[in-house]
Design a protein around this ligand. Structure first.
Ligand SMILES: Cc1ncc(COP(=O)(O)O)c(C=O)c1O
Length: 423
């Protein structure tokens, strides 16, 4: 057995392969590894911009990029420039987006346990929306919102939909920490409480049913429940959340953002949602995942009777998804991307954990070995965003590439960075 060369469809839109080189944004990945070191996150700006534009054109104004998938100032500005709002889920994300220069009026604040000071700042800077999650938050808002200090909100509801995805990223079912249940009557009570609050404008409902979802049926079901629930309310906005999946490995396929949005528009028409109600969403992964890849340098290869271990200079600290969710990835050698991949290896990191596995069974060219630069595609979402300093690893640099040029948007951490919190 063995694998064919890496599928071009798993790479960024501008990826170009030749016998001895891989380019993204007309920049050689081998050169990037040499110039910036490894591990390195590389994002194709053209892909990022194209995905943002798709979302902005298929949904109504107010559609957001869910910055939890990958956030830095450059990413926030890019999504804003392409017409999206930025969805943040913590005070830290809010702070980075504000520092990036994106106006507060384009920021949507989420969170299932927003602290008093997080809400206070969101209101003080004048965010576009706060998505209200629970009754304690409503009580906190009561002490903060006044006619002089107004707030525009959505209310997060749980529609009771079981999305077909990993249980850790499933959020629309009844048994969840997020939002107000429609079935129990809590959602209706929350709407009444918010509508009665002076200074607070409730624009509509929001639901997020989960992540890495390939089938639009769950979204359709959720939208139908939201539309039915709000019939008779004087709302002007309905948000179906994020969660659209992306293919990570050969054999997977997902609707495009345009197909997803088009299906949602059709579902809205079918259920009789008033055409004046803005239909919005907040994709994260579908915007950034395929635009990004990670470059690693191979440092050690160990053959055993059972398998070959190939160790790279990163691991679970820059991509915890395989450990958290058992997520699959592919790998290829950037210096021979068109070669067949007959070599089966377990691609592992450099952390002191047996579980530090990036790819359980990776297929690589026969000659890939120590000092080769190996890329794992589709790491643009929840890779850097979930990166840690485990084993005091320094987080990788991030570069954006476009039109033959690379720009560093996040520098590599140094040992001084690691030491800066010592007191
Ligand atoms: C409320 C909310 N919106 C949007 C997203 C983005 O999801 P995805 O990256 O799967 O599109 C998430 C992810 O956890 C979320 O919790």
């Amino acid at each position: 057995m063995g694998a064919a060369p890496i599928l071009l469809t798993l790479l960024a839109d501008t990826a170009a392969l030749s016998a001895s080189e891989t380019k993204v944004g007309d920049v050689s990945l081998g050169d990037l590894a040499a110039n910036y070191g490894t591990p390195l996150f590389v994002y194709d700006e053209a892909t990022l911009r194209a995905r943002c534009r798709e979302a902005a054109s298929v949904f109504d104004d107010g559609v957001a990029y869910a910055s939890k998938a990958f956030l830095c100032g450059a990413m926030a500005r890019l999504a804003y420039e392409e017409g999206l709002c930025i969805d943040v889920a913590t005070g830290g994300e809010l702070d980075i987006v504000l520092r990036s220069g994106v106006p507060a009026s384009r920021i949507i604040m989420h969170g299932n346990n927003k602290a008093h000071n997080e809400l206070e700042r969101a209101i003080a800077v004048g965010v576009h929306r706060v998505v209200v999650d629970n009754f304690h938050e409503i009580e906190r808002l009561r002490t903060l919102v006044t006619v002089e200090r107004p707030l525009h909100c959505l209310v997060r509801v749980t529609p009771g939909v079981e999305a077909h995805t990993h249980e850790f990223v499933r959020t629309g079912q009844e048994d969840t920490k997020f939002g107000f249940s429609v079935a129990s009557g809590d959602a209706r009570r929350a709407v009444a409480a918010l509508n009665a609050m002076p200074g607070l404008s409730l624009h509509g409902v929001h639901a997020h049913i989960g992540s890495q979802i390939f089938d639009v049926a769950g979204f359709r079901e959720s939208l139908t429940i939201l539309a039915t629930f709000t019939r008779g309310d004087d709302f002007d906005e309905l948000c179906i959340g994020g969660g659209l999946g992306v293919p990570y490995v050969e054999g997977e396929s997902a609707p495009s953002i345009t197909e997803w949005g088009t299906a949602m528009r059709r579902a809205a028409r079918d259920v009789g949602l008033d055409a004046s109600i803005r239909l919005i969403a907040e994709p994260g992964r579908a915007i950034v995942a395929q635009a990004g890849l990670t470059l690693y340098r191979v440092g050690a290869v160990k053959a055993s009777a059972l398998r070959t271990y190939m160790a790279v200079d990163g691991g679970m600290s820059d991509n915890p998804r395989p450990v958290l969710y058992g997520s699959g990835y592919e790998a290829f050698d950037v210096a021979q991307p068109m070669a067949t991949r007959p070599q089966s290896v377990r691609l592992v990191g450099k952390h002191c954990e047996s579980g530090d596995v990036l790819i359980d069974e990776a297929w690589l060219p026969a000659t890939t070995g120590v000092d080769s630069i190996v890329a794992t595609p589709v790491t643009g979402a929840y890779g850097y965003a979930m990166a840690s300093n485990y084993n005091r690893a320094t987080r990788p640099a991030v570069v954006f590439v476009a039109d033959g040029r690379a720009r560093e948007v996040l520098r590599r951490e140094t040992f001084d960075d690691l030491a800066r919190l010592e007191v």
